[in-house]
Write a protein that binds this ligand. Structure first.
Ligand SMILES: [Zn+2]
Length: 563
């Protein structure tokens, strides 16, 4: 097990990938990026670390510009719609950032322009002319994805300029027979243009040392492997500007319609979002981004690995202003839906905002299922039947049932007051030991970024509780009062520990449980290695239902919706 080194560090920047504001977010985004980031940040806060959780919408680039042209609207209207929709979804799912910014903000434009300007002034970038495919009708240069034609290898009519999805060949637009624009469907032309390039090959040695030597053991295997494969192929120069009318104009006089390439400016969004936060809080952002004692932990999607492990660090290195580099880049594999790849364009997804409409106040059910199915080591699958089963058997029949049984016992036999225990039996001691060990197990797993296993440890504790009550049979008449009190005391210690631990995974439920128990949320060191979290004499609050069963017809509705 790789436990994160130097965990005693006290300052962290945790970033979550900037969602692209051309559509809503779905369960794949939540399971892949935002839930692991959220759990990790919650854990750091409970450990009393100085942590800022940074994100924002990524609002530039050709896809948004093209979508606007197709829908005869403006890019601004599109990004406004999705920025607020996405932002609200995060709030609904209790993924609370310290700052959720947007790359169309003034501050981001300013910071990104400064990056470009300094690279330009210091001759770290160069200009070069080239011929690129152009769509006359839409007056737009086309990225490879927007070019379609016949695959020269398998004759598939719908091969893209970068890849044929039928035979899997990697292609260039020049390879296609009869290449056409996917936007206007018209034939395309080569047109001369000029762009600015960053010579990434100049940073090859630096990145090799940094990734292959320094970070080899620290990074997740998928991140390491992809980065290494890029380095093995040799880094090349890449354009950092685009011919587009939507984006951050390059700060060079007389260069119209040239903007910064999204993958140049979007990662700078982590920095500008932090600066925006620091201005609001009146703190110095440099204490985070330019302080070698800060650990930068980035949670991203698998399709964005090299942009974070190679492109962004190379830009920071070229800019050379003492920015820290990512300490850890975390990426999950993909989540499938009903065994098929989630696809925004094919509308094969469960959208977060629609889930909330269909299952109001059941955010924790989805959080729970997504965390316990998290695609950590391999692609994993979400299916609605399994969602229903996990909700009904694990949340309702195990966790909810155990808590309910325990509280009923306190109310029935001790007027809602936690009783003093007598002597502990062998079984009591075994259970109390389990409670003590739980936060230690979870801590070790979270330090090695194992979220799925950590929620299993949590759920196992409620299974231990259910089993304990069933074995001890407190409702049997022949129990002496002192023995009954001891059983109730032990069960309530499990309940109290579950209330404390659940905050990491299912925060709404944790909140409800803490209210029922009339307890405050404790810091991690206050629950670590302890079993006596709720004291004898403590009076409970009002009982409340924690989970509801999900009915067959609700699941059928969702399955029909997919069709
Ligand atoms: Zn093909």
């Amino acid at each position: 097990m790789i436990i994160m080194k130097e965990f005693n560090n006290n300052r962290y920047i945790v970033t979550a990938a900037l969602p692209y504001a051309n559509g809503p977010i779905h369960i794949g985004h939540l399971a892949g990026v935002y839930l692991p980031a959220d759990i990790f940040v919650r854990f750091l806060r409970r450990k009393k670390k100085d942590v800022i959780f940074i994100c924002g919408s990524d609002e530039h680039g050709a896809p948004i510009s093209i979508q606007a042209k197709k829908e005869k609207t403006t890019p601004n209207k599109i990004v406004n719609k999705y920025h607020y929709m996405i932002k609200n979804c995060f709030i609904d799912f209790k993924i609370i950032f310290d700052n959720y910014s947007r790359t169309s903000s003034k501050i981001h434009h300013k910071i990104s322009s400064n990056f470009f300007k300094k690279l330009y002034d210091n001759k770290k970038i160069f200009e070069k002319e080239s011929y690129q495919f152009y769509d006359k009708k839409y007056s737009q240069f086309l990225a490879d994805r927007y070019i379609m034609g016949i695959c020269p290898i398998c004759r598939n009519k719908y091969a893209y300029g970068d890849q044929c999805e039928n035979c899997g060949s990697t292609l260039s637009p020049e390879d296609l027979v009869n290449p056409k624009s996917t936007i206007s469907k018209n034939p395309i032309y080569l047109k001369k243009t000029k762009n600015w390039y960053l010579p990434f090959n100049k940073y090859q040695d630096f990145l090799k040392e940094w990734i292959l030597v320094k970070n080899k053991i620290n990074w997740k295997k998928n991140v390491y492997r992809q980065s290494k494969s890029w380095l093995d192929n040799g880094l090349k120069e890449r354009a950092i500007t685009r011919d587009l009318d939507w984006g951050i104009p390059i700060p060079i006089y007389n260069e119209n319609k040239k903007v910064l390439y999204v993958w140049f400016e979007a990662p700078i969004g982590y920095i500008s979002s932090t600066i925006e936060w620091a201005h609001k809080k009146n703190v110095d952002w440099k204490n985070y981004w330019k302080n070698n004692n800060t650990k930068l932990i980035q949670f991203i999607g698998k399709d964005n690995i090299v942009f974070h492990s190679i492109i962004f660090p190379a830009i920071l290195k070229a800019y050379n202003k003492n920015y820290i580099l990512p300490h850890k880049i975390f990426s999950n594999e993909f989540l499938k839906l009903e065994n098929k790849k989630i696809s925004t364009s094919k509308k094969w997804a469960v959208w977060a905002h629609e889930y909330i409409q269909d299952f109001p106040n059941k955010q924790d059910s989805l959080r729970y299922v997504l965390i316990s199915n998290m695609p950590e080591k391999k692609d994993n699958n979400f299916n609605w039947k399994n969602f229903q089963r996990k909700n009904n058997t694990e949340l309702v029949a195990t966790l909810g049932n155990f808590i309910n049984r325990s509280i009923v016992l306190v109310n029935k036999y001790n007027k809602g007051i936690i009783p003093s225990p007598g002597l502990f039996s062998f079984n009591d001691k075994y259970v109390l030991e389990k409670i003590k060990k739980c936060p230690i197990h979870i801590e070790n797993l979270l330090k090695s970024f194992k979220f799925k296993e950590s929620i299993d440890i949590f759920m196992d504790l409620s299974k231990v509780g259910n089993k304990y009550i069933t074995e001890e049979e407190p409702w049997k008449n022949n129990k002496k009062k002192i023995r009954l009190n001891t059983i109730i005391y032990v069960s309530m210690q499990i309940v109290a520990m579950l209330a404390q631990l659940s905050e990491l995974f299912i925060p709404d439920t944790s909140n409800k449980m803490l209210k029922i128990l009339r307890l405050k949320l404790l810091f991690w060191n206050q629950i670590k290695n302890r079993f006596n979290i709720i004291c004898p004499g403590h009076l409970l609050g009002k009982k409340k239902l924690l989970f509801n069963k999900i009915k067959n017809k609700e699941i059928e509705y969702q399955l029909n919706k997919l069709k």
